[in-house]
Design a protein around this ligand. Structure first.
Ligand SMILES: Cc1ncc(COP(=O)(O)O)c(C=O)c1O
Length: 430
């Protein structure tokens, strides 16, 4: 293991180079900080000493304020699945822009998007739109609580269900005051125990079929199947948060797993790259939002059917996201993961790549990584690798988060792996 002082020195040198080569990003960060706390309106994308300000995105590349061009392996935490400025999506936005926005009524695009979603994910018999994944999860859980008359929700340690639905190393103080129960991810016994013991208090279990923010950790099929069986048996509703995982198959992870949740939440790429959220599922639950019913639940939202998003999302799902492209991208991710894990194995490194298909996580441990407990903090090493990759023209999430996007191919993914290989993994990690 690299001595702590060496690591500190290397990181300080890398940060100094970063500061020197990004004067405009630094200035823009300082300007933002005059009006926004810490210069940020989105904690996820802050990173010390300051984040790069990105001024353009085209295809697989992004350009920062100082003119550096990066291959984008972050893919906006999965929302940029289509890449930047995909011509079909840009055209759909342009066309609908020409017809006017904020129309204050149903528009001609929303049925197309709803139909495309329901066709892809059969468990979604009816769907409603909102503006973010956070909102989708809040609405899905609120629906569960309202229909069951129970207030408890079982979540899994490390889960990220949104800006105010955060369960990383505890329950965020900003979360809504539901009665939260927290079990270990990938530990079916502990989950079943909570479900059985608290069935009378639980409205829902919400789970990411693959935990994204916690470290790109796939759920064991057996774990997820057990959740389905235990929720069924105890009359608790099951919500699949497929905000990140919907991209892994035409019908999302539930299709790969052969499981049918009661409700599913979506966001990110499903809106074509514009701000979007959706929740849907069983007809008997979702029909409570039918405004013509005397007992209808009210669910307003000025931008729920925002015209540009509806048009962009429909174009993305119906014209761009072919099944063959999903497969191709998953293959690229699988090969990247296999190559990095082979490298770590050959050199006996404390390093591994996690994930499934086009979602990849990088960690400074041999693994296995099965829950947030297995993810080492390793902040300095994560920062050093991240700065190393930026210097070589690759952008990804500093915490080790990679989401491949459609404009990427074998050449780019191979080059990314080459760049990881020349990081001094041996010196640092043996
Ligand atoms: C699994 C999961 N659920 C929900 C969300 C929240 O989505 P949004 O950022 O659109 O609110 C995210 C965001 O990263 C996510 O990864």
């Amino acid at each position: 293991m690299l001595a702590a002082t060496d690591l500190t020195t290397r990181l300080a040198e890398a940060e100094a180079r970063y500061v020197r080569s990004n004067p405009r990003s630094r200035r823009m960060h300082e300007e933002r900080a005059r009006f926004m706390p810490g210069g940020s309106t989105r904690s996820t994308i802050h990173q010390p000493p300051f984040p790069l300000t990105i001024i353009r995105g085209e295809g697989a590349t992004i350009t920062d304020a100082d003119g550096h061009v990066y291959l984008d392996f972050l893919g906006e935490y999965t929302a940029a699945l289509f890449g930047h400025s995909h011509p079909v999506i840009v055209e759909a936005i342009r066309d609908s822009l020409a017809e006017g926005i904020v129309l204050g009524a149903p528009n001609r695009h929303e049925a197309a998007l709803a139909e495309a979603i329901c066709a892809r994910i059969p468990s979604i018999e009816l769907v409603r739109f909102c503006n973010s994944g956070t909102e989708a999860n809040l609405l899905a859980l609120s629906l569960c609580r309202a229909v069951t008359g129970r207030s408890g929700v079982l979540v899994f340690a490390g889960a990220y269900h949104g800006g105010i639905l955060l369960f990383s190393h505890g329950i965020s103080p900003l979360n809504p005051p539901f009665d939260w129960f927290v079990a270990e991810y990938n530990d079916p016994e502990s989950a079943v125990r909570v479900i059985r013991e608290h069935a009378h208090e639980l409205a829902a279990v919400i789970v990411e079929p693959l935990q994204g923010a916690a470290g790109v950790i796939p759920g064991d099929p057996e774990f997820l199947r057990t959740l389905r069986e235990a929720t069924h048996a105890n009359e608790v509703l099951l919500v699949f948060d497929e905000v990140m995982t919907a991209r892994l198959a035409r019908g999302g992870m539930q299709e790969r797993l052969g499981l049918t949740p009661d409700l599913t939440t979506l966001a990110k790429f499903v809106g074509g790259g514009l701000s979007f959220g959706a929740f849907g599922g069983r007809g008997d639950l979702m029909s409570r939002f039918d405004p013509s019913r005397p007992d209808a639940f009210q669910h307003g939202g000025t931008f729920n059917n925002e015209v540009l998003t509806m048009a962009a999302g429909a174009a993305g799902l119906t014209q761009v996201l072919a099944d063959t492209e999903i497969e191709r991208l998953n293959g690229l991710g699988d090969r990247l993961r296999e190559r990095l894990n082979a490298l770590a194995g050959e050199r006996e490194l404390e390093f591994c790549a996690t994930g499934l298909g086009s979602l990849v996580g990088l960690h400074f441990t041999r693994g296995p990584v099965r829950s947030e407990r297995d993810v080492p903090d390793a902040q300095a090493l994560r920062a050093l690798l991240h700065l190393h990759m930026l210097e070589r023209g690759f952008s990804y999430g500093r915490r080790g988060f990679i989401a491949l996007s459609l404009p990427l191919g074998e050449v780019e993914v191979g080059a990314f792996a080459d760049a990881v290989e020349v990081f001094p993994l041996e010196i640092a990690l043996k």
